[in-house]
Design a protein around this ligand. Sequence first.
Ligand code: GDD
Ligand code: MG
Length: 334
Amino acid sequence: MRAVVLVGGFGTRLRPLTLGTPKQMLPVVDRPMIEWVVGRLAEHGVDEAVLALGYRPDAFIEAYPDDECAGVRLAYAVEDVPLDTAGAIRFAAREAEVDERFLVLNGDVLTDLDIGALLDAHDASGGAGTIHLHPVDDPSRYGVVPIDGDGRVLEFVEKPPRDSAPSNWINAGTYVLEPEVLDLIDHEGPVSIERVTFPALAAEGKLFGFQSETYWLDAGTPATYLQAQLDLVDGHRAETPPAIAADASVADGAKVEHAVLMSGSSVADGASVIDSVLLPGARVESGATVRDAIVGPHAVVGPDAVVEAGTVLGDGAVVAAGEVLTDARRPEAD
Ligand code: GDD
Ligand code: MG
């Protein structure tokens, strides 16, 4: 079985971290996000993942020179222009000559979903497509998917206004699709699966949902990219990687609490890092405080500075001694 993995977005919400690196190549604790996503495919009989690439495709191709990622063979489909989700699926599946049922994954979704159970539900329903559904408190940031008692999707509403969502069950970004769905995406240019293809399939009664409450998170915003990592080291997932890399350094008089310290990062004497992530080579100098923040690769938080409340520092960003950054982006990017 093949899986098309959507990894071509610009990662706008994660800027400045994504200015030079695509979202799915950002590290999540001890490995790039894409390896967490692809890593769960091998055990369910997926032998090839087709990466639907657009933004900075070289980052993926260079990272996996043997065309293998987490035990799965990789193929690449590089879009000349962004084709949006359905356009990207169609292009990648055609390039890879997919001719039987296949999986589609949003590349920023971290989940312990039982893919075998999703496939079984799909085969039992006989539908053209089956979507993994997850319950959330605020569905307005997602595709909202009410179903009937047989699991048939009644409608698919992408990002409805707050309080008007017809259900709390949302599109969790893993699909099983029959090849016939590709024929529905008849346009050569950009097409959204959420706004065009799924609503059309739902109207024909051919789309099903599979509800699951297992661990799920879309790591596409600063808050969830941070949470994804703390969830892993807190032991909320099937695997628990170490929070502090073997070659990270923490001075004796430093305080590190509920934090991820990646390779080569350091925390000096009298500094504290709480509820935060330090990417590779990030440096927190003496007396500084980092709380609820993401410190990008090789960024430096100067002595006695404070970096807090959702602040994101990009690659090599510098915070001067004594400076205070609250809910900030450095460099600012829009
Ligand atoms: N190849 C390619 N080309 N990939 C793309 C493109 C494109 O033009 N546009 C977006 N992607 C990729 C992104 O890289 C990401 O992995 C995936 O498609 C989804 O895009 P996001 O930008 O992360 O979408 P979202 O999080 O706002 O919403 C989507 O995911 C939610 C669940 O996490 C939708 O599918 C929602 O319906 C869903 O609820
Ligand atoms: Mg997303």
